[in-house]
Design a protein around this ligand. Structure first.
Ligand code: TTP
Ligand code: MG
Length: 339
């Protein structure tokens, strides 16, 4: 059986900032939007482990993070810098594995021929990344992507967790159901309401037919994942599924004009991005978030690629029903269904 490895950098953006600003060593560090003395409106990108002790975590409003620890070091996101380091790390992985699948800025899957080889390689890679970049990462090794990914998270930071094929179920069973990719807050709420599910073991007790009738094809996927059935292969060239941008306004807006203007600017940016990647989209999605965080997405597709002019008209059409009377906090646009 070919083991799969999943590598995920520890507190990635914050670890880079900590490394490059030794004066902050040991302090809580939060990377994200400007907290503006507690009135900032964006979110936390990530926090180092010191800051996590105060309950600060990714995607939390920056104002909450500020309240939890006003004395933390708050730093802006410097994506270009982090992306360069991410590329170096992927280069290092490519020296050890034929097939590498980067899946986000700080994580990748790759393969080895045996569990023994996987363990040796994982140790070498961790050492090499630490030597070259002074950053730590966590690696999970398992018989498939699902198990490898959950394993890399099992002993963070600086972890190395190996789950042999005969240990898989014992390893997965006590994990919370939402450790399975695809079980988000909505699915979890239904699982809790109908079957009082907490762990993956609870999930395995549910009849396959019941899961399918509750969630359709997604139910079958959940049934399989709960049994560690995951046949996804390493894909070196992952297709880009969507390109999107969003903006949180510095104060909530009701007037349609500036909201539409912002959406049009974002649309231009995503079109440029798609062009540099040589992608043509057939679906346009807009996102509107109200001041109380209620979020609406609305999309439309056509059977030939969208040009900017058509996309602008569509954006307007999709946005209008949400504008004019309620306070809007965020607007976003996204292109997908590429050809
Ligand atoms: P993660 O790997 O989810 O988080 P992390 O590396 O900061 O911490 P961990 O040790 O738990 O792995 O995400 C990688 C980077 O992606 C993270 O450093 C910042 C960015 N990110 C966001 O900008 N917003 C988010 O909501 C998340 C989850 C991550
Ligand atoms: Mg990470």
């Amino acid at each position: 059986m070919t083991p799969i490895l999943h590598l995920d950098m520890d507190a990635f953006f914050a670890a880079i900032e900590e490394r490059d600003n030794p004066q902050f060593a040991g302090k809580p560090i939060v990377v994200g939007a400007d907290p503006k003395d507690g009135h900032g409106r964006g979110v936390v990108s990530t926090a180092n482990y010191e800051a996590r002790k105060y309950g600060i975590k990714s995607a939390m409003p920056i104002s909450w993070a500020y309240r939890a620890c006003p004395s933390a070091v708050f730093l802006p996101v410097e994506m270009k810098r982090y992306a360069g380091i991410s590329r170096n790390i992927i280069q290092t992985l490519r020296q050890y594995a034929d097939k590498v699948e980067p899946i986000s800025i700080d994580e990748a899957y790759f393969e080895q021929h045996s569990f023994n080889a996987a363990e040796i390689t994982a140790r070498k890679i961790k050492d090499e990344i630490f030597e070259k970049e002074s950053l730590t990462c966590s690696v999970g090794i398992g018989p498939n992507k699902l198990v490898a990914k959950i394993a890399s998270d099992h002993n963070k930071p600086n972890g190395l967790v190996i789950v042999q094929p005969n240990e898989v179920q014992k390893f997965l069973d006590p994990k919370p159901a939402q450790a399975i990719p695809g079980i988000g807050p909505k699915t979890l709420a239904v699982l809790q309401k109908n079957w009082q599910v907490k762990t993956i073991q609870d999930l395995r007790k549910i009849d396959k037919k019941a899961l399918i009738s509750a969630f359709g094809i997604h139910g079958e996927h959940i049934w399989q994942m709960a049994r560690a059935v995951d046949n996804r292969q390493i894909e070196e060239q992952r297709e880009i599924k969507s390109i999107g941008r969003q903006t949180t306004f510095s104060r909530d807006l009701v007037a349609s004009g500036p909201i539409v203007d912002t959406a049009m600017e974002l649309l231009k940016e995503v079109f440029e991005d798609a062009k540099t990647k040589n992608l043509k989209a057939k679906t346009l999605t807009v996102v509107v978030r109200y001041s109380w965080f209620e979020t609406h997405t609305s999309q439309e597709s056509q059977n030939k690629p969208l040009d900017l002019k058509t996309a602008k008209k569509l954006t307007l059409k999709l946005l209008i029903p949400y504008l004019g009377s309620k306070k809007v906090r965020l607007v976003g646009v996204r292109l997908s269904s590429f050809s």
